[in-house]
Design a protein around this ligand. Structure first.
Ligand code: HEC
Ligand code: HEC
Ligand code: HEC
Ligand code: HEC
Ligand code: HEC
Ligand code: HEC
Ligand code: HEC
Ligand code: HEC
Ligand code: HEC
Length: 469
């Protein structure tokens, strides 16, 4: 309670004429004590004066671009808001009392007005700015986006409520700009749970953060959020999913939990020394240009093009080594929010571990764009699976010098054919170990002898033979 008094006083001390008002409010609150209820809030004369003009039907202003901005501020909503103890002047110090309301001000558009007021909250909410400044939304604004949110796009300063209250999911500010995702979310396992039971199930900001929002498919932030609520999840998957850690690293949670989603393999470029995902340098759009050049027919990058791109990016990277890391994910943002109850989740090993499995029919290459969001380019699916691509895959090994686990694995799948089902987890593991070792050996031989694309004579039978050793 006391600290908002402090905000008022701190600001008021800068403007002597507010000493009296603020002092009186402070004194009054000190005398009364306890939390002020909405109906107890007695607005100061200054606020009443403003609202005498502003709390009227139909006070509108037509802006230069033709948009109509309502000038109406509801006294009731303001008095019930978290800012009820602030004076209008706290945020509107730049108005000229002499001309205000008489001379029309120049405002180009709603967006222009919002942008011009964007720093208003800084003085009292510094910490939120620090978080927000690091977000994908703020980065988009820096890149010139006209659509990314500023503070007042998500919080109406005149009506803002406490987030400690459980509001209906429709009150989430994200809905305004991400409606298709909101619709999907509101029908998925969490949206339904949130409506039925309130606070425990996540709303947008519980998975994405509210201020420090990051690009969704980058980093581990969302996965960590899932696991912070579902603390037992790793152990529960381990009961049936061998090497859960590796699966979780290579597959996004929605790829299994949104059963109807279309999936794809996303090859992500990493700098192998820093272990950071490669990103486009601001102002030097290279990725799109290079990828377009390498893929002149627009059919998706083939093995050769992918390899030469990788070489180019390696020259740019600090370590001189760019590696690809595969990740299985859903194809659209909407599908990422169609999580179902657990009984519908993908459990069939063959859905992935079978030649021609559908998730591997669509492949993209991504890099982080200047605002942190992914830039994508299509890749021909053969890059992953055709035996003739062995050589360029070896090339990646050489350049990357790290094992590209997904590619590695996919090759094994192609060669070993349908593997899993009844053999049991240990057998499966051993089997894979065997094939891996064999592949590695072949690779070393090829590297040493400089032989060309000799296809290893691995067959399901021979790989099974390797298993028991
Ligand atoms: C005499 C009536 C009147 C009073 C009193 C008044 N306003 Fe206004 N206000 C207006 C009108 C009319 C406009 C629209 C001006 C225009 O069309 O450019 C306006 C516009 C505004 C705007 C929009 C931005 C801008 O620069 O046009 C803000 C913010 C605002 N008023 C805040 C306040 C605050 C805060 C107070 C009290 C300190 C206040 N007003 C008192 C009539 C009034
Ligand atoms: C916590 C800060 C804050 C307080 C307190 C505040 N305003 Fe505002 N006000 C803003 C911001 C920020 C905007 C710009 C909103 C936007 O982006 O359109 C604004 C916009 C307005 C507008 C333009 C119409 C609109 O809704 O955009 C009017 C009129 C206005 N304020 C009047 C008032 C009056 C009257 C009071 C006191 C009763 C008041 N404000 C208190 C921050 C504040
Ligand atoms: C993209 C929407 C969005 C933007 C932009 C945004 N906020 Fe928030 N803010 C939220 C949501 C959602 C919550 C409540 C949930 C939470 O905190 O996790 C929240 C909570 C808050 C809270 C109260 C919660 C607390 O932890 O005390 C404050 C204060 C706040 N925001 C201020 C700001 C300021 C200042 C800015 C501008 C720098 C800003 N917000 C920008 C969505 C946004
Ligand atoms: C003069 C100081 C001041 C300014 C400027 C200001 N606020 Fe606040 N804000 C407060 C105070 C005081 C509270 C009361 C809650 C608290 O104790 O933090 C508050 C509460 C909030 C809350 C609700 C926090 C919660 O507990 O859920 C949000 C959201 C918020 N402000 C957003 C904004 C935004 C957006 C702006 C700019 C348009 C802004 N504020 C400008 C002082 C200010
Ligand atoms: C004023 C509009 C607006 C609001 C409100 C808004 N966003 Fe955004 N957001 C955008 C725009 C525009 C983009 C870039 C286009 C896109 O990816 O949809 C974006 C991008 C994002 C991204 C990155 C997308 C990616 O490619 O990974 C995430 C995550 C995100 N928003 C989450 C949120 C969350 C969570 C909220 C609510 C707390 C929110 N947004 C509120 C406009 C908004
Ligand atoms: C390979 C597919 C796959 C991946 C990847 C996956 N899951 Fe699952 N998950 C399942 C299946 C299948 C079940 C149901 C298991 C059962 O009930 O036998 C399940 C069950 C769950 C359950 C319910 C646990 C219980 O027993 O009550 C939660 C929570 C869950 N998963 C969260 C996650 C999270 C979080 C991630 C990402 C870190 C994730 N899952 C990744 C397939 C997967
Ligand atoms: C249960 C956690 C969770 C909740 C709740 C959630 N999201 Fe997401 N969101 C995700 C995941 C997971 C992804 C996909 C990340 C990936 O590709 O790995 C995602 C992706 C996104 C993206 C990027 C889409 C794209 O085009 O790539 C946006 C934007 C987004 N979410 C906004 C929202 C909004 C708005 C809400 C609330 C209506 C919301 N999210 C609720 C987990 C969540
Ligand atoms: C704020 C906490 C929270 C976060 C974050 C969260 N969940 Fe949940 N989740 C819940 C709650 C609560 C339920 C419903 C109760 C239950 O079944 O556990 C639920 C249900 C589920 C279920 C259905 C389980 C079943 O028994 O059928 C799955 C699957 C699931 N979550 C996956 C995820 C994934 C994937 C993420 C991240 C993208 C995630 N959750 C993030 C709280 C959370
Ligand atoms: C959604 C697709 C998907 C499903 C379903 C799936 N996997 Fe996997 N699995 C993968 C991918 C992708 C990898 C490669 C991960 C890596 O190497 O980084 C992998 C790796 C493996 C590995 C090799 C791990 C290692 O140590 O190298 C084994 C063994 C395996 N899976 C067995 C299974 C079994 C058994 C099932 C069924 C119970 C199953 N998987 C279900 C996609 C899937």
């Amino acid at each position: 309670m006391n600290h908002f008094r402090n905000y008022n006083l701190a600001r008021a001390s800068l403007r002597p004429r507010y000493w009296l008002v603020a002092g009186l409010i402070g004194l009054l609150a000190g005398l009364i004590g306890g939390p002020a209820l909405a109906e107890d809030v007695e607005l100061a004369k200054a606020e009443k004066d403003c609202l005498a003009c502003h709390d009227k039907e139909g006070v509108n202003k037509t802006l230069q671009n033709g948009e109509v901005l309502s000038m109406r501020i509801s006294t009731k909503a303001f008095v019930e808001s978290m800012h009820k103890e602030n004076s209008c002047e706290d945020c509107h110090a730049d108005l000229d009392a002499k001309t205000h309301g008489k001379v029309k001000s120049d405002i180009k558009s709603k967006r222009d007005y919002t942008v011009s007021q964007a720093d208003v909250c800084r003085e009292c909410h510094k910490k939120k700015y620090t978080q927000y400044d690091d977000s994908v939304h703020a980065a988009m604004i820096k890149e010139g986006s006209k659509k990314a949110p500023l503070c007042s796009d998500c919080h109406n300063p005149h009506t803002v409520k406490s987030f400690k209250e459980v509001l209906p999911i429709e009150a989430t500010p994200c809905l305004k700009c991400h409606e298709p995702i909101f619709k999907a979310y509101s029908k998925d396992v969490h949206g339904l749970e949130r409506v039925a039971k309130g606070k425990s199930a996540p709303l947008c900001a519980d998975c994405h953060q509210a201020h420090d929002v990051k690009a969704a498919s980058m980093g581990e932030g969302i996965k960590d959020a899932c696991l912070s609520c579902h603390k037992e999840a790793v152990a529960q998957h381990q009961d049936w999913l061998p090497n859960t850690g590796r699966h979780f690293a290579a597959i996004s949670c929605p790829a299994c939990h949104a059963p109807d989603a279309k999936r794809r393999v996303n090859l992500r470029l990493f700098d192998s020394a820093t272990n950071v995902q490669m990103s486009e340098k601001t102002g030097v759009p290279q990725f799109a240009r290079r990828a377009d050049e390498a893929d002149s027919k627009g059919m998706g990058l083939d093995e050769r093009a992918l390899w030469s791109l990788l070489k180019e990016f390696s020259q740019d990277s600090s370590s001189g080594k760019t590696v690809l890391r595969g990740r299985l994910e859903v194809q659209s943002g909407v599908e990422a929010h169609q999580l179902s109850e657990k009984s519908k989740a993908l459990k069939d090993c063959n859905a992935c571990h079978k030649e021609g499995a559908s998730p591997f029919q669509s492949v993209t290459l991504t890099i982080a764009g200047p605002d942190g969001r992914p830039l994508r380019h299509g890749v021909q699916k053969d890059v992953l699976s055709s035996l003739t691509s062995m050589d360029s895959v070896r090339g990646f090994y050489a350049i990357g010098s790290t094992r590209i686990k997904l590619l590695d694995y996919l090759l094994i799948m192609v060669m070993a054919g349908a593997v899993c089902v009844p053999i049991g987890h240990m057998t499966v593991k051993l089997l894979f170990k065997g094939v891996r070792e064999k592949l590695e050996a072949e690779r070393l031989v090829a590297a040493a002898g400089g032989t060309d694309a000799a296809t290893p004579a691995t067959s399901p039978a021979s790989s099974t033979e390797q298993a028991p050793k």
